[in-house]
Design a protein around this ligand. Structure first.
Ligand SMILES: [Zn+2]
Length: 254
């Protein structure tokens, strides 16, 4: 009975909050955590009904071979550092593009998770960045137009990460945004090797929309313990649990 009342109140709360700002409240813990995302809003239904959801645990054994390399053609961009209430996201309106599976994708933004979302053979890194790209398409009728692709970068604890520093120096502790004084070049985030795992997945946040291709770089980069603590002070935990593979094949490329 108590549970039923809670659900009713929760629904009313969500309905009113949706009415107030057009956004359904979600998070990483408790009633609004990942296990319940699919029930928070009709628009989040894929979070529970989707069959190719992200992130996943990547098994490094017996992978199929991908034949194309991940190539990036990034450059300095105007950069806006956004605290959207779920992560720190850096919007890069003119940061260049990446060649992924022989198609060009423009970088839109990157954002960060603590701990890292994808795992490899069950190993979880303390932090990762997802660089989100969109296929601009060759024309309005191009069926690939608007498709998303994500390059994932793992971070392990080590020396201070110079690329993250100017972002962490200004990232807002509360919801809000800051335009960086300097431009930002996303290639500064990349490891030396672009060897990768690839899988088909989804957004790892509600609405969990599918049709997102992931290119997870195998080689981690470093960040300091102080930097990790700095991020976790704002977002102590913002990783969705790994989702079932449901028969998906992961590939690897170099
Ligand atoms: Zn992400």
């Amino acid at each position: 009975m108590i549970k039923k009342i809670t659900i009713t109140c929760g629904f009313l709360f969500l309905a009113s909050s949706a009415f107030a700002d057009g956004k359904v409240k979600w998070g990483y813990e408790g009633n609004i955590g990942p296990a319940n995302w699919g029930d928070l809003s009709a628009e989040f239904a894929m979070c529970k009904n989707g069959k190719v959801q992200a992130p996943i645990d990547i098994s490094s054994k017996g992978l199929g071979k991908a034949t194309t390399p991940v190539k990036t053609f990034y450059h300095n961009s105007k950069a806006t550092v956004v605290n959207n209430g779920h992560t720190i996201q850096v919007d890069l309106p003119d940061g260049g593009y990446a060649s992924l599976s022989d198609d060009d994708f423009n970088i839109l933004q990157f954002h960060m998770h603590a701990p890292g979302e994808e795992t490899v053979d069950g190993k979880r890194y303390p932090f990762n960045a997802h660089l989100v790209h969109i296929n601009p398409g060759d024309s309005e009728s191009d069926t690939e137009r608007g498709k998303l692709a994500v390059i994932g970068i793992f971070f392990q604890e080590g020396k201070e990460n110079a690329a993250l520093k100017p972002i962490f120096d200004v990232m807002p502790a509360k919801v809000g945004k800051v335009v960086m004084k300097e431009k930002f070049d996303p290639s500064k985030l990349l490891p030396k090797s672009m060897a990768y795992y690839s899988y088909s997945g989804s957004l790892t946040t509600p609405g969990c929309n599918e049709g997102v291709t992931f290119y997870i770089l195998k080689t981690p980069v470093e960040m300091s313990a102080a930097q990790l603590a700095q991020f976790k002070k704002i977002f102590p935990m913002n990783a969705r649990p790994v989702m079932p593979l449901n028969g998906r094949k992961v590939t690897e490329g170099s």
